[in-house]
Write a protein that binds this ligand. Structure first.
Ligand code: AOF
Ligand code: ZN
Length: 353
């Protein structure tokens, strides 16, 4: 199952709106076939593993990170392929949150005489948290990421922010970018840092598939020369109703796609329609503040660097309005902490109930 999880992880970011699944066919204690989900419309993980195993699939055990599908979507049901290949046993690490499947896949296998068991695995929940939200609500899963000092600052009072966290933490951010469907930032981040907002491979080269870059830029202040506009992939600028028409045309001519939109909730609905399952919000503080004020953040990934910046004018990661009382502060559930080089990464799920 660990191998299947690794295969699934490798596919994260290239399968949306489908979940990234990994599958392994084991015959006589040896891996006979491996597969992972290909981009939408192409084969599912189990099919890849069965094809690779060929005749060795008969009488085998198939490990899969997600229950096999039993419905006709863009592709035929995996359960049928598993049954006709003569697989003896299926071990799934999670139930498919898609209401069209939701346990029916394992049931269908059992009815056909395949031994099908659910063996929940804690590492797998994280793989499907985005898919579970999107397939049931149509909305993207919103992951807020920021890096701050021990005293909760993201830059000095002059705005210098290079770098708060170390290179290993920044590699980890690249992994988050590789695994998401879209990255969102505010116009102030674009003006201050001129970021590329690309996902890069381990060796620093650009990936073929780039997450959608989303910039909240109500008045269309993004410069035509912004570096991200020259990067592979799409830059989507969200302008408000007040943005001058000629500025919108200027940005379109510079290669951006521009939407006019007023409400953040409306932006999320449209991104969900566009198959953005996981949205990584990289700041700055104004955007993160408004997302928290509106209760739209599903998960936080917070890097804490062992530096102290100080300064009453130095920015903090979350602006917006914030609550009046501590009792209304976000409690962060299921926190985990991991050391990455000299920095710490704390993850968790904000909750107000
Ligand atoms: C699997 N294995 O690798 C994945 C599954 O439109 P389709 O045919 O590609 O089906 C998409 C649905 O299949 C998706 O919503 C989810 O329920 C399931 N994903 N199932 O057996 C896979 N990616
Ligand atoms: Zn399937």
């Amino acid at each position: 199952m660990q191998r299947a999880i690794d295969l699934a992880r490798g596919a994260l970011g290239s399968t949306s709106p489908n979940p990234a699944v990994g599958a392994v066919v084991v015959q006589d204690g040896i891996i006979a076939g491996e597969g992972y989900t290909l981009p939408p419309g192409q084969r599912h993980a189990e099919i890849g593993a069965l094809q690779q195993a060929g005749p060795l699939a008969k009488g085998s055990t198939l490990y899969t990170t997600l229950e096999p599908c039993c419905h006709f979507g863009r592709t035929p049901p995996c359960t049928d392929a598993i049954i006709s290949a003569g697989v003896r046993e299926v071990i799934a690490a999670s139930i498919d949150p898609n209401p069209l499947v939701g346990g029916k896949g394992l049931e269908k296998l059992r009815v056909a005489g395949v031994e099908a068991t659910l063996e929940p695995c804690s590492d797998v929940g994280e793989l499907y948290e985005g898919f579970a939200k999107h397939v049931t609500t149509g909305l993207p899963f919103v992951l807020a990421k920021f890096a701050m000092s021990l005293d909760g600052k993201i830059a000095t009072y002059t705005g210098d922010s290079k770098w708060v966290s170390g290179p290993l933490a920044r590699d980890e951010v690249q992994r988050m970018r590789r695994e998401c469907d879209a990255i969102m930032v505010g116009i102030n981040t674009v003006l201050a840092d001129d970021p590329q907002l690309t996902a890069r491979a381990h060796d620093g080269s650009a990936l073929n598939r780039q997450p959608l870059r989303v910039v909240l830029d109500s008045h269309c202040r993004t410069p035509s020369e912004a570096r991200m506009l020259r990067e592979p992939g799409t830059t989507l600028i969200i302008a408000s109703g007040e943005a001058p028409g000629q500025e919108i045309e200027r940005l379109r001519a510079a290669g951006a796609e521009v939407w006019r939109m007023v409400e953040m909730s409306e932006v999320l609905v449209e991104l969900g329609h566009r198959d953005v399952v996981s949205l990584l919000v990289e700041g700055g503080g104004i955007i993160l503040g408004s997302l928290f004020d509106m209760g739209l953040v599903d998960k936080v990934n917070v890097f804490i660097a062992p530096v102290i910046i100080g300064g009453s004018q130095a920015s903090s990661p979350i602006e917006g309005h914030g609550p009046e009382f501590m009792s209304q502060a976000w409690k962060v559930d299921k926190t985990e902490i991991r050391q990455i080089g000299p920095d710490w990464l704390i993850t968790g799920y904000p909750n107000r109930t």
